[in-house]
Design a protein around this ligand. Sequence first.
Ligand SMILES: [Zn+2]
Length: 226
Amino acid sequence: MGPGALTRNPLYTTGEFEFFECAELSRRPGDIDTYRIYLDNLLDCLNRTWTEEFTQAGLPFSPPRVRYITKSVGTGCGKYPAGYAAGLYCPRNHTMWILLSKGQLSDPTEFNLFTVIAHEYGHYAQDRAGILYEFARQYPKLSKKRMYDLNRRIELQAECFSGAFIGSVWRSLGRDQLDWDEQLKWIVGDKWHGKAGNIRYWLKRGWYGNGPKVCNTFSAPAARTA
Ligand SMILES: [Zn+2]
């Protein structure tokens, strides 16, 4: 696809996400099996939504591999930084690594895992659309400053994809506005992911745009990807 994979990706030509029911299954505190079932069900929702979108874009697609872990492990992309990130996508083995922390396992109503898995799935979508390949090709040639910038555009796009998915299934979740507001409130930014205000901007933009069409962070002004 070449450099156009970032700025003119076929994913930006597709329509809004189709609405699919996605009920959250119940979890029991400390019961990791119920968490696996909860997340597998959520993955089914993501697979349905994204398969439909890739079909529209005329791109081949199949579901990602996923590993749920409770402690630091080797991922194929280095050792998992436990306590640092709740999820990681490794393009080398096309696998999403999801950390189930003690805190999450103790609170079966928490919504953060949902947003983590939607974000990591966003990276998988970028992988399948040729975006990560082009990113990896350009990245080593860049100055430090431009490395950060390109990395933020990748991350903010994954946020936008995540917001678009969550928005598309929201009315079937039985959550109220507070769960979402809470989620937005606790966002912390850094130079790799963008300022908190920009992370919120792209999450909301995805939500209201309801599809990857509005998630072209690579053509966005620098202020929006700072
Ligand atoms: Zn990410």
